[in-house]
Design a protein around this ligand. Structure first.
Ligand SMILES: Nc1nc2c(ncn2[C@@H]2O[C@H](COP(=O)(O)OP(=O)(O)OP(=O)(O)O)[C@@H](O)[C@H]2O)c(=O)[nH]1
Ligand SMILES: [Mg+2]
Length: 218
């Protein structure tokens, strides 16, 4: 066995331990939380902006954004009406439970119904690090190509919902929706799927209904 495998296992189990603590803190505040993952530019922040705007007056939403640098995305979520906190990973390609643990006290969790964590744009690393959130959501987008479930199976396997964003670009990009959905179905049978456009608003209703139902189930 390669020497570094036990080290990696130790890091992941320490992460899982802290993820459990995060979950306890989130649960104690009565909040429902999601971890939003995607490749760079798929539309994570756009989806969060649209979600926050649509839910204003219905649910109180907080957002924690993970990015390598800048607070651009947390600023966008705040402008949309969310209580927002930025984490700069300083180069790390994913959020981990330690980073979320440090960020949680910066939000008044008890004043929230829904916490949305935006992970660093990356289709590989975020899938390996539990944060303690309740559900994982993957944002895929049309311009990325219809082969992504086949090439990044780990990410597609570990999520409870897939948002297929930028459907307004379907007339301009070669994208076989059936092929894409077949790939998802093999890896993650029955997973919730929402094809939508954050730009036009088409299809957003199904996503908002699913998310609101998850919050109400808590
Ligand atoms: N045509 C189209 N463009 C979109 C849509 N959603 C987002 N965009 C654009 O896609 C680009 C990236 O959107 P973001 O929401 O910043 O993507 P992100 O996943 O948060 O990006 P990172 O945080 O940098 O990984 C922006 O120029 C958005 O305006 C959509 O539904 N249709
Ligand atoms: Mg973003």
């Amino acid at each position: 066995m390669p020497k570094n495998v036990p080290v990696v296992e130790k890091i992941l189990s320490a992460n899982d331990q802290l993820a459990r603590e995060n979950r306890l803190a989130i649960d104690a505040a009565g909040v429902f939380s999601i971890n939003v993952m995607a490749s760079p530019g798929a539309g994570k922040t756009s989806l969060i902006e649209q979600t926050v705007r649509a839910l204003t007056g219905k649910l109180r939403v907080g957002m924690i954004n993970g990015d390598i640098a800048t607070s651009l995305d947390a600023d966008r979520a705040a402008a949309a009406g969310a209580a927002a906190v930025q984490i700069n990973t300083g180069g790390d390609c994913h959020l981990d439970a330690v980073m979320l643990h440090d960020a949680l006290p910066r939000l008044d969790l008890r004043s929230l119904d829904l916490l949305i964590v935006e992970n660093v744009g990356n289709l590989v690393c975020p899938a390996s690090f539990a944060l303690g959130t309740h559900k994982n959501v993957l944002v895929a987008s049309i311009p990325e190509g219809d082969d992504k479930p086949y090439k990044y199976p780990g990410m597609y396997r570990g999520v409870e919902a897939v948002v297929i964003n930028k459907i307004d670009l379907l007339p301009y990009v070669t994208f076989r929706m059936d092929y894409f959905r077949q790939g998802i179905e093999v890896l993650n049978p029955g997973v919730a799927q929402f094809a939508l456009s954050c730009s036009t608003g088409e299809g957003l209703g199904g996503w908002l209904d699913w998310l609101t139902a998850q919050v109400r189930k808590r």
